[in-house]
Design a protein around this ligand. Structure first.
Ligand SMILES: [Fe+2]
Length: 179
């Protein structure tokens, strides 16, 4: 049995997505979200080249992007990690952790001050999140765990939920609003 208190990982090192627009991605993550550009590099490969650049998201972790040019990509490749795969926009996404609701409201203010409006806030019960969309069609979330006890489950409880028959899944309307 794996011990859930000691995962075989320290944290996220980085997660990487792909963009068609380096400047819009830089503006969004660095200016509008406030995640600093911490590294960029360019590489020739496969008869083409790619750029790879990283934004710091705290605790030494990063979100990275590729801009690809003739390195094996399909001409009409999608950067939208959900809708590009036929999924609703909220399905595949990235969530950044904040620690307090005050930090979350400061983040909303930073985003408003830098031209991002129509930010969706959802109280999920054990966490409160805000959502927006990046220039690549990727849903980006900032999330605060407001009730750690409500999140914590034993593996047995989590497995019971994971395997709950569809007929027993109840309606749930989360509290949402635009902020
Ligand atoms: Fe999420």
């Amino acid at each position: 049995m794996p011990d859930s208190t000691t995962p075989n990982s320290k944290s996220v090192h980085h997660i990487a997505y792909t963009t068609r627009d380096v400047e819009a991605t830089y503006d969004f993550y660095s200016n509008k979200l406030g995640l600093p550009l911490i590294h960029a590099e360019n590489t020739r490969a496969e008869g083409g080249y790619f750029r790879h650049f990283f934004f710091g998201i705290g605790s030494g972790e990063a979100i990275a992007f590729f801009e690809v040019n003739g390195v094996g990509e399909e001409v009409d490749f999608k950067t939208e990690i959900s809708t590009g795969l036929g999924l609703p926009p909220w399905a595949n996404h990235i969530a950044f952790r904040l620690d307090t609701l005050e930090e979350l409201s400061d983040q909303v203010k930073h985003m408003h001050d830098n031209g991002l409006g129509d930010i969706l806030e959802i109280n999920h019960g054990w966490c409160t999140s805000i959502y927006t969309e990046d220039p690549n069609g990727i849903t980006v979330e900032f999330c605060v765990t407001t009730d750690p006890d409500g999140f914590e489950q034993t593996e047995e409880e989590a497995l019971r939920q994971l395997r709950l028959p569809a007929s027993e899944i109840r309606e749930h309307e989360p509290a949402l609003r635009l902020v």
